[in-house]
Write a protein that binds this ligand. Structure first.
Ligand code: SAH
Ligand code: SF4
Ligand code: F3S
Length: 500
């Protein structure tokens, strides 16, 4: 593999403030190196053909949208190798679990599921079990898999995704266990095939990695430093998607607001939004995630001006108390956060605002937590993603004193949920009677409301209608609401929001 050894237990990348933050030269995988991977796909497809059956693969994804997008690439590689897909573990020739390391709960789920696969593999010894994704980029996890989960054949981290065909070929043809979890600065690879989940909505990664080193977070350690894709590659992908009739494009990055900082051209995220907005076609543009410290008025102006950019923003605030925000290394105060929200709402009055918040960061007192409650009642988010702090090995927060008992953290968490549920419910009920231009994005499970749609602000709407509506922008009159969703019916009325 290009002279690179496959090893276990690589050290973590540097701590906050380390060199490498201002990495200017992003490593790009060469077309020749990618071509070599295609040749491995061909070899695997011949290997399977010689066995005379249609090979099946199962890809299971944990974690965030970045991982969803990575799984579309894993499926792309597998399709190129001739695999079809199944949801049934017992009939799969290859099982890939694409894992997430962000909280202990996510890791526990993976360990539980991979443990259960020992029985599946026992019944089907030729099955290849692969673990990949963020969890595997942690040396202690890779070590645990090597020692305890001996039925796992292939282990690799996000950095090695582009060479999955070569790794799978080694596992298949040599019948050895393969580990490729070395720490690397990370690269950008164009041209990996993708099998997209939906024809209506698409993820487009615009950058990888994170330089922020929030003290609680494992992501910068497992995903490496920020690397931006070249604007022309992103635009080409968006143009293709728009030409295929995709109706919603979500631009992905851990902090999209630092897009372009590592590129030689003087480009930034606001500029990129403007370019994508100019692509021909009828589609909404969404993006996530935005870090408040880098969310500028220039970005807000651009969002307001660009007709295709949906009036929605996910802007995680994490905590309402300034001492806690500082200990988290977030780089803003609650006042600064509130000022940004005011600047945004002045420009986009119908903006739907969502956020992430952590309860029980080490040393956060209940009095400090009250500031989080105060912030949410002041801002009135449309929805909130709430987490209890989970220590991540190797991050600075994991070694900070954490005296607050878990019972008290849980009680605070419940108060937060209750307060937010009341706000979300009130906001949702405020939509009743309004007509909004919505995107019908798929079929639901409830036969009485067989379709799902999204408002411009990304609120979920259940409705009843013909399947031909899927993939269309339709005016919906909102007829009902709960804390988590809206109910609507197709309408002849002019919708309130003309964007785009
Ligand atoms: N890059 C994104 C978030 C990625 S992780 C951003 O900065 O907004 C998604 C969310 O998980 C974070 O916003 C945070 O709220 C939560 N999270 C991250 N690490 C966590 C930890 N150790 N314990 C609990 N929640 C955590
Ligand atoms: Fe983690 Fe997001 Fe902070 Fe990066 S910006 S360290 S991904 S929480
Ligand atoms: Fe999880 Fe990795 Fe995303 S840790 S949240 S899958 S970047």
């Amino acid at each position: 593999m290009n002279g690179k050894k496959i090893a276990l237990c690589a050290p973590f990348s540097g701590p906050p403030g380390a060199e490498g933050r201002a990495l200017k030269q992003t490593t790009t995988i060469s077309p020749q190196a990618l071509q070599r991977q295609r040749e491995f796909c061909h070899q695997i497809s011949e290997y399977n053909a010689a066995r005379g059956k249609q090979p099946l693969a199962l890809v299971d994804t944990y974690g965030c949208q970045q991982n969803e997008a990575d799984s579309e690439r894993l499926r792309g590689w597998l399709a190129q190798m001739g695999y079809r897909f199944t949801q049934r573990e017992e009939e799969a020739d290859v099982i890939v679990l694409n894992t997430c390391a962000v909280r202990e709960h996510a890791e526990d789920r993976v360990f539980g599921n991979v443990g259960a696969l020992v029985h599946t593999k026992h019944r089907r010894p030729s099955q290849i079990i692969c673990l990949c994704g963020c969890m595997m980029q942690q040396p202690q996890v890779a070590r645990r898999v090597r020692e305890t989960y001996r039925h796992v054949d292939l282990v690799f981290g996000p950095h090695a995704l582009w060479r999955f065909p070569e790794l799978l070929w080694q596992a298949l043809s040599r019948r050895v266990r393969v580990f490729d979890v070395e720490d690397e600065p990370g690269s950008v690879c164009e041209g990996i095939p993708q099998v997209r989940e939906s024809g209506v909505k698409a993820w487009v990664s615009i950058m990888y990695g994170c330089n922020n080193f929030c003290t609680y977070c494992i992501v910068p350690y497992v995903r490496g430093r920020e690397r931006s894709r070249r604007p022309e590659d992103i635009l080409r992908e968006v143009e293709q998607l728009a030409a295929q009739g995709v109706r919603e494009i979500t631009l992905l990055g851990q902090n999209v607001n630092s897009y372009g900082k590592d590129l030689p051209e003087a480009v930034d995220f606001a500029w990129l939004l403007e370019q994508i907005n100019a692509v021909e076609g009828e589609f909404w543009i969404r993006f996530m995630t935005s870090h408040p410290k880098d969310a500028t008025e220039r970005l807000f102006d651009t969002m307001a001006r660009c007709a295709k950019v949906a009036p929605a923003l996910h802007l995680p605030f994490q905590a309402g108390n300034d001492r806690v925000l500082n200990a988290m290394n977030r780089g803003y105060t609650s006042r600064e956060y509130l000022d940004k929200v005011a600047a945004l709402r002045a420009r986009i009055p119908n903006l739907a605002l969502t956020s992430d918040v952590i309860v029980g960061f080490p040393g956060e007192t209940t009095a400090e937590f009250e500031d989080t409650l105060a912030l949410i009642s002041q801002v009135e988010f449309d929805a909130l993603f709430t987490f209890i702090y989970s220590p991540r090995q190797g991050t600075p927060a994991a070694s900070m004193p954490d005296p607050l008992p878990m019972e008290e953290k849980k009680a605070n968490f419940q108060r937060l949920l209750q307060a937010q549920n009341e706000i979300s419910s009130r906001k949702h009920h405020g939509y009743i009677g309004k007509t909004l231009r919505c995107l019908v994005d798929g079929e639901g499970r409830d036969p009485r409301n067989n379709l799902t749609a999204r408002t411009p602000g990304n609120r979920l709407v259940h409705l009843n209608g013909g399947k031909e509506l899927v993939g269309r922008f339709v005016p919906l009159t909102i007829t009902g609401a709960t804390t988590w969703a809206l109910f609507g019916r197709p309408s002849e009325e002019e919708p309130l929001c003309q964007k785009p």
